[in-house]
Design a protein around this ligand. Sequence first.
Ligand SMILES: Nc1nc2c([nH]c(=O)n2[C@H]2C[C@H](O)[C@@H](COP(=O)(O)OP(=O)(O)OP(=O)(O)O)O2)c(=O)[nH]1
Ligand SMILES: [Mg+2]
Length: 320
Amino acid sequence: MPHPVLVAAAAIINDQQEVLISKRPHDVDQGGLWEFPGGKLAPYETGYQALKREIHEELGITLTRARPLLRINHAYPHKKILLDVWKVESFQGEPWGREGQPVRWVKLDELVNYSFPDANKPIIQALTLPDEYVITGDCNDPDHALERLQELLTAGAKLIQLRQPTLSEEDFCLLAERFQEACQAAGARLLLNAAPELLKKVDAAGIHLTGQRLMALKERPVGQDKLLAASCHDPASIRQAVKLDADFITLSPVLPTTTHPEAAPLGWQRFKELVEYEAKMPVFALGGMRPSDRQRIFALGGQGVAGISHFWDKDSRHPD
Ligand SMILES: Nc1nc2c([nH]c(=O)n2[C@H]2C[C@H](O)[C@@H](COP(=O)(O)OP(=O)(O)OP(=O)(O)O)O2)c(=O)[nH]1
Ligand SMILES: [Mg+2]
């Protein structure tokens, strides 16, 4: 197998939360499609160095702060590439198409209206998802749970999973209705850890599949207008999530965790390998995570942190 071609690409975000895309010339590989500016690594370069050089060559701007967003291995019929994608958070200068290419600032939710190379779908997903995924802990007292949810939403939480495995379907739906109302008002997205059919009763943003539900399905159980997430623990479950065309996964347990003490942790190295070689979509690290693990997860190619203990449970939320 030949090694993949290494490519650095930049998701450049401006103050209006728009991202810069440029159009590839018609006569090159993936010609005529939109792309995130960037290009191939020279033999002596790191991804970051190539990113800096390429966006200066193509757009005339100087990168001042960027962080890894995700790494995608993709096999086109004629070649394999490894896209090393960075989120550019600050730069100097005004970008323009220095090579004559059209460039455009686009709102994140409008990216779906542009044609990109096949490898790019996970980048668009990664840009529209936050870097923290809060999973509910104890909700035995619904009013108290709503209060806690409201605190988290006020603090900026944008992606919540309602997980209450011991509730009856009826009670789960009642709670989910209230959660959905609060999330919607705050511009956050709620995923139900429940059977996909429940979306007919509660109009939440999507479904989070347990490992068991994931393995039992043959095809994606919800439309593209809903989010589909899944709990993965090993290569087989990740491949199944890829097959079902899931939008993102949690991978766990990365570290030992009090909620699942019996499960053997993957460790950071294995987390990195699974993200890079199997996932092909955004991956939240779960199991023993703290909000302060975010930077390490970015460096390993993950989307961000997920958790119950240090996220939902108020007293143990760790200051960053
Ligand atoms: N820059 C970029 N390349 C992408 C994206 N998606 C995607 O599949 N690719 C592929 C297309 C190409 O096969 C490869 C990038 O190579 P390239 O030809 O643009 O590299 P370059 O800018 O160094 O160009 P050159 O100097 O060789 O002309 O990666 C993307 O979003 N951005
Ligand atoms: Mg290029």
